[in-house]
Design a protein around this ligand. Structure first.
Ligand SMILES: Nc1ncnc2c1ncn2[C@@H]1O[C@H](COP(=O)(O)OP(=O)(O)O)[C@@H](O)[C@H]1O
Ligand SMILES: [Mg+2]
Length: 253
C-alpha cells in the first residue's frame, strides 16, 4: 500500500524541503516509485529541482479541477510543483465543500502508481497543512538542532491528535521526529537528550548533520546523491531512508 508521508514543522528552516527531496531520492535509489508534492506557496521544493515556472501546479488541481501536473525528474522520481498562487488556496479552500480533504480527493486516483508520496508543507499549521495530513498515512517532523527549535512541537502533536480523532483520518501515524543540522557541540547534544526524554521512541536514531553540500545542492537543482554522493549529507539521508523503511515495516505488523 502506498505510504503518503507529510513532512511538517510550522517553524521555517527546519529542513522540510531538504528532507522531502533527499529522503525521496534515497527511496528512489532503493527502487521505490516516488512522487514529491510541493505544498508550500514559497515553492522551494520545485525551485530546488529546477522548476521555476512550471506550466501548471498543485493549485490548478485543487482549486481549478485541472489534472495533476506530474513532472518526471528522473525514472521513478516525479514532482507535482507549486507556485506562489498556492497562497491563495488557503482562503479558497475555506469555502470549498471539500476544504479539508481536497488534496486527498485529487490524489486518490493516482496514489497507487507510487510506493511513496512525500508532501513538503509550508511553515504553518493552517489549512494547507491540514489538507496534507488528511491525505497522508504518516507524518515526519524534522527538528532543527538549535536553541528554542523544540518549542512549539506540542502544537504539531496536538494537530495530529485532532486529525486522528473522529472520522477525519484516524489512521494517520506519527512516523517520528528527527534532528537536522546537528553539530558536534554541547548544545546539539543537550537538544538531542531532551528530545529523547520527551518523545522516547518517536525520536529517530538518525540525525542529519550540518553539511554544506546539502545547502549547496538546491542552487544547482540537484539532490544530494547526484551532487555529492560521498558527502555526510548523502550518508545521513540514506540512513534516514533505511530507518523510515524499518519503522514502516514494524508499523504494519
Ligand atoms: N543538514 C543541513 N546542513 C546544512 N544546511 C542545511 C541542512 N538542511 C537544510 N539546510 C539548509 O537550511 C536552509 C533551510 O532548509 P529547508 O530544507 O529549506 O527548510 P524548510 O523547508 O523547513 O524551511 C536551506 O538553505 C537548506 O539548504
Ligand atoms: Mg521549505
Amino acid at each position: 500500500m502506498t505510504k503518503v508521508i507529510t513532512i511538517i514543522n510550522h517553524k521555517g528552516g527546519t529542513g522540510k524541503t531538504t528532507t522531502t527531496i533527499n529522503l525521496g531520492k534515497a527511496l528512489q535509489l532503493k527502487n521505490y516509485r516516488v512522487l514529491l508534492i510541493d505544498f508550500d506557496p514559497q515553492a522551494n521544493l520545485s525551485q530546488s529541482l529546477g522548476q521555476f515556472q512550471p506550466e501548471s501546479s498543485i493549485y490548478a488541481s485543487i482549486i481549478e479541477n485541472k489534472p495533476l501536473h506530474i513532472i518526471s525528474i528522473a525514472e521513478n522520481f516525479s514532482l507535482i510543483p507549486a507556485e506562489l498562487n498556492l497562497a491563495e488556496a488557503e482562503s479558497k479552500l475555506l469555502t470549498h465543500p471539500e476544504g479539508y480533504y481536497r488534496l486527498k480527493s485529487v490524489l486518490d486516483p493516482t496514489r497507487e502508481s507510487y510506493d511513496f508520496i512525500l508532501i513538503d508543507c509550508p511553515p504553518s499549521l493552517a489549512l494547507l497543512t491540514f489538507n496534507a495530513c488528511f491525505a497522508s498515512t504518516h507524518v515526519l517532523i524534522p527538528v532543527q538542532s538549535q536553541f528554542l527549535a523544540t518549542q512549539g512541537l506540542h502544537t504539531i502533536i496536538d494537530l495530529l491528535k485532532t486529525v486522528q480523532t473522529g472520522f477525519i483520518n484516524p489512521n494517520l501515524r506519527l512516523l517520528g521526529l528527527f534532528l537536522t543540522m546537528t553539530e558536534r557541540t554541547v548544545l546539539s547534544q543537550s537538544i538531542a537528550e531532551s528530545l529523547g526524554k520527551e518523545y522516547g521512541k518517536k525520536l529517530l536514531n538518525t540525525v542529519i548533520r550540518k553539511n554544506i553540500a546539502l545547502a549547496e545542492c538546491p542552487a544547482v537543482g540537484q539532490d544530494i546523491f547526484t551532487y555529492a554522493p560521498h558527502s555526510n549529507g548523502a550518508t545521513d539521508y540514506q540512513k534516514l531512508a533505511e530507518e523510515v523503511l524499518t519503522r514502516l515495516e514494524l508499523d504494519s505488523k
